[in-house]
Design a protein around this ligand. Structure first.
Ligand SMILES: Cc1cc2nc3c(=O)[nH]c(=O)nc-3n(C[C@H](O)[C@H](O)[C@H](O)COP(=O)(O)OP(=O)(O)OC[C@H]3O[C@@H](n4cnc5c(N)ncnc54)[C@H](O)[C@@H]3O)c2cc1C
Length: 545
């Protein structure tokens, strides 16, 4: 990474006011509001020892898995497995499955979780290895009757759940006092936990989930309610007597080496919510709908996604904060729109159940036949931010977005849609190469949202109406009119007059690697892209030699 990119990575998303004292204070205040002293939970009736297997739910607040395990045991052993599968290679194209920046974020999430658990009389055991080996061996060593974990929905994660359950079946827990004789083997209890709307509260079965997002949203908004956050008991101890809790992995243990600007962990997540909703003088939430399509700076959108994806933040907590804000300050389109976006997140999670593995197939859930290219030179130019893209000159919006992704692990929603459209429509490159690159790089990588959005972008998603083409010149004009975003990531453009930054010409920038698929057109690419696909034609890019 060049020094400019490092500087940019440090400033672009740095969340101001989040020094660690401030973070601790906000986290403490939030936990106090959500501690069950004010509203005591049912008394702890459980027996024996239980394990909480932390996966993508790295938090205490509103963590149903943690609460259920605590309530059904006398002693709790919290465990995180650093699974080598998560640090291997992506399925088809062999990119690092968890890139350096997300690895660092995960390390911070684990450190924060451990600290917060210790404040409540527990600790976090961190073990390197496969969960299907570690958990049964811990269950045997500590006489555990049940392992509690959050239910996942995509095939790789579900496969691990099956192996864990199978191996736990071979472990016979001791007949501890009060533990029912029905526990002839150790159980894996999987609990739903990552969406704002609970799966059991949906007005339909996931297999008949509507194919169109708007139908889904209207239906849940009118027929379902969002459950309250689960309160945190003031004390969660004791733990069994553990000799070695393991250590927080360092970056080299996860095959990573770089640092980054987002801070991982529940404390940082709560501080970000506090800051975005309550603290900034400009009251960011009340203008979210107007600013959310921005690309530059920390505040155009919430930036909650990395914490949501790692489970350091509960969507139901965000919902309750929005409602509190609406009561105390203002209720408008913007406050609602954050929930609107979170319903998209829910939708993609439920869709992963309906679509199953077709979400990862080249033809997507609709099994669309397209002749994609896997041209390595085109793909490398895209991922390295060296497309020099343009017509009649060069056009740096794609490259600037891809540089941001490499340097920070983040890209705006607007940027993601634009680079996705460019890869699949203008270059004609296999959308799964883009999706796996995002899987590797994104801080907020989540299989459901990532593959859900990519299948939509590639026109193979379950809703054919979402088949869209993004005209780069139009996008640049609408969302970066003064070229500030492109000049930030490509500083060679800074000296140019603002009106020249998006079309600096080949002398100033570089020769574009492909010509635009739909050329210099003002017509709706959505319609054109759709027609092209229905005719079964290829999206092959027009490579410039
Ligand atoms: C090709 C592509 C790939 C994507 N991959 C991911 C991914 O791996 N993980 C991920 O969390 N998001 C993904 N998104 C969705 C979206 O771009 C990010 O959630 C958003 O940019 C995160 O920034 P934010 O938290 O500031 O969002 P905000 O605009 O502040 O939105 C608030 C929250 O709503 C949810 N949300 C918003 N838009 C979407 C959406 N289109 N789909 C699902 N949830 C949404 C996110 O949880 C987000 O944090 C992808 C989008 C595209 C087009």
């Amino acid at each position: 990474m060049c020094s400019n990119a490092v500087r940019a990575a440090q400033t672009i998303h740095a969340v101001p006011g989040l020094g660690s004292d401030e973070m601790e204070r906000v986290a403490h205040q939030t936990f106090t509001r959500y501690t069950s002293d004010a509203m005591p939970p049912p008394p702890r009736k459980g027996k024996g020892v239980a394990i909480v297997w932390f996966r993508n739910d790295l938090r205490i607040l509103d963590n149903e898995v943690l609460h259920k395990a605590w309530a059904s045991s006398q002693a709790l052993l919290p465990v995180y497995c650093v699974d080598p599968m998560l640090f291997g290679a992506t399925y088809h194209f062999g990119f690092p499955k968890t890139g350096a920046i997300r690895s660092q974020f995960l390390i911070e999430c684990l450190a924060d979780l451990k600290q917060n658990l210790m404040k409540r009389g527990l600790n976090l055991m961190i073990q390197q290895g496969k969960p299907e080996q570690i958990l049964p061996s811990l269950a045997k060593a500590y006489g555990v009757h049940t392992v509690y974990a959050q239910k996942e929905t995509c095939s790789e994660e579900v496969h691990v759940e099956r192996l864990v359950a199978k191996n736990l079946k071979k472990v016979v827990p001791p007949l501890a006092e009060g533990v029912s004789a029905k526990h002839k083997s150790t159980n894996l209890d999987l609990i739903w936990g990552c969406t704002m709307y609970h799966i059991d509260d949906l007005p339909f079965n996931c297999t008949s989930l509507p194919d169109v997002y708007t139908q889904f949203r209207k239906s849940v908004e009118s027929k379902s309610t969002i459950r309250s956050c689960i309160k945190v008991p003031a004390s969660l101890g004791p733990t069994p007597d553990v000799k070695d809790w393991g250590c927080i992995p360092d970056a080299s243990m996860l095959g990573a080496s770089k640092g980054m600007a987002f801070t991982g962990g529940e404390s940082a997540a709560l501080s970000r919510v506090h800051e975005y909703f309550w603290k900034k003088a400009s009251d960011l939430l009340k203008t979210y709908k107007v600013t959310r399509n921005g690309m530059l700076g920390p505040d155009y959108s919430t930036k909650f996604s990395p914490w949501l994806a790692s489970g350091s933040l509960s969507p139901r907590f965000i919902y309750e904060e929005v409602k509190r804000y609406e009561k105390l300050r203002v209720s408008n389109d913007s406050t609602y729109w954050v929930l609107f976006e979170l319903i998209w997140r829910d939708y993609f999670r439920f869709l992963s159940i309906k679509a199953g593995n077709s979400l990862f197939y080249v033809g997507g859930p609709r099994r669309v036949q397209t002749n994609w290219s896997q041209d390595q030179a085109l793909f490398d130019a895209w991922r390295n931010g060296q497309t020099g893209y343009g017509f009649g000159g060069s056009y740096p919006l794609i490259d600037a977005n891809m540089k941001e992704l490499s340097a920070t692990g983040f890209m705006s929603n607007r940027g993601r849609q634009i680079v996705c459209s460019f890869l699949v429509r203008d270059m004609g490159v296999d959308w799964r190469m883009g999706a796996e690159w995002f899987e590797s790089c994104l801080l907020d990588y989540d299989p459901c949202s990532n593959y859900g959005n990519w299948t939509y972008g590639a026109g193979v998603g379950n809703d054919p109406r979402e088949d869209r083409y993004f005209s780069i010149p139009k996008q640049a004009q609408s969302y970066d009119p003064d070229g500030e975003f492109v000049a930030y990531w490509l500083p060679q453009l800074k000296p140019l007059p603002k009106e020249k930054r998006h079309n600096p010409g080949m002398m100033m920038y570089m020769k574009p690697i492909v010509a635009l698929k739909f050329g210099n057109t003002k017509a709706s690419g959505a319609r054109r892209g759709g027609v092209e696909e229905k005719k079964g034609k290829s999206y092959r890019g027009n490579r410039i030699q």
